[in-house]
Design a protein around this ligand. Structure first.
Ligand SMILES: [Zn+2]
Length: 350
């Protein structure tokens, strides 16, 4: 769980308030689909709700004491009435046995069976699937009955990045709760407040790169991370001559990100976000002098490049190509080969 629990809820007060009112009116639903960008606190909020429902000392269903045995067991993910399942790192999808038991124990083990049992606390059972983007059709279908006829006092929470990725049969059985990202101003404040960044400029750049996610903002404060980013910006500024060097540098970055495809995707998203920042700054510089902005590494790189000679159309093309790239990555385009094609487009297509 993100340590800055309270901070993680900055942007989500209306969601908590919604749950508070639902419980107060006895209208808590039984199946929810939480959707929003990665790292904005969806799972943290799901666990907080679980704590609120099971806490022996809660001021309200969304204000757990955080101190009682129930709260602490939920925080440690060891509470008998709270189950979180997620995709094992070595599997492409959430395996069916996690949902309904393996062949020998079909329907007598797994998430759905667990949900069907009465809560040990005699209060609620909260089952969380993190994340439902990794349910395949078979897995999603195995959940339908449980979602349709949930046992009383059970709350199921499916966590996902996008509604569109879920099967219509899942969507139609869940109440959808949409999470927005945190604002850049909130992220900046949190980064400085918690000592993740030492300067306002570092916090500003990290917040701008984080797409509303505190988790991503934390990565962005790391000095290796900012070295990588600055090298990428320099590579972009040196195009088309720097083409090979840039591709090689990005490839090394992706290799270092790990063998998991989700980690590689996150690394590619970082590169594309840096690129979006870069081309925006270059475009702004072509229209007005950037030097009037507060000086930053990015300003310095843009000003020392020859990009000012480029037409705004050419710079816009590069910006659009990078924004399109983000959409392609979200739509699960194959990462291998993507970087080459994308850098070629930037180098030649303007
Ligand atoms: Zn408590």
């Amino acid at each position: 769980m993100i340590p800055e629990l309270e901070s993680a809820f900055l942007g989500h007060a209306p969601i908590l308030e919604g749950f508070r009112q639902c419980v107060a009116r006895g209208r808590l639903g039984s199946s929810y689909l939480f959707v929003g960008p990665p790292g904005v606190g969806k799972k943290t909020l799901a666990l907080r709700l679980a704590q609120g429902l099971l806490c022996t000392n809660a001021a309200s269903p969304v204000d757990p004491c955080q101190k009682c045995a129930e709260c602490q067991r939920i925080r440690a993910e060891s509470h008998p009435d709270v189950l979180v399942i997620e995709r094992p790192r070595d599997r492409a999808f959430i395996p069916l046995e996690l949902l309904v038991g393996d062949r020998d124990h079909r329907s007598t083990e797994g998430f759905c069976h667990w949900v069907s049992l009465s809560p040990q606390s005699n209060r609620y059972k909260i089952g969380i699937i993190d994340d439902a983007d990794y349910l395949n059709t078979e897995g999603a279908n195995s959940l339908l009955k449980t979602l349709e006829e949930p046992p009383s006092r059970s709350v199921l929470i499916l966590i996902a990045t996008s509604e569109q990725r879920q099967l219509p049969t899942i969507r139609s059985r869940c109440q959808i709760v949409r999470f927005g990202g945190l604002s850049e101003a909130d992220l900046q404040r949190l980064l400085l407040q918690h000592g993740h960044c030492t300067s306002g400029e570092q916090a500003q750049l990290a917040a701008a790169a984080a797409e509303g996610s505190l988790e991503m903002a934390h990565y962005a404060c790391d000095s290796d991370w900012s070295d990588m980013r600055d090298r990428t910006w320099r590579g972009l500024a040196g195009l088309p001559q720097s083409r090979w060097e840039l591709v090689e540098h990005i490839q090394q970055y992706l290799d270092a990100a790990g063998s998991e495809s989700s980690e590689k995707r996150r690394a590619v998203r970082n590169v594309l976000n840096w690129s979006v920042q870069f081309w925006r700054a270059a475009l702004r510089n072509s229209q007005q002098n950037l030097a009037t902005d507060s000086p930053s590494v990015l300003t310095e790189i843009v000003l020392s490049s020859t990009l000012r000679a480029e037409t705004p159309d050419a710079l816009s093309n590069c910006l659009e190509r990078s924004i399109d790239g983000l959409a392609q990555i979200d739509n699960n385009v194959i990462v291998a080969g993507f970087i080459d094609a994308w850098v070629d487009d930037l180098a030649l297509g303007r």
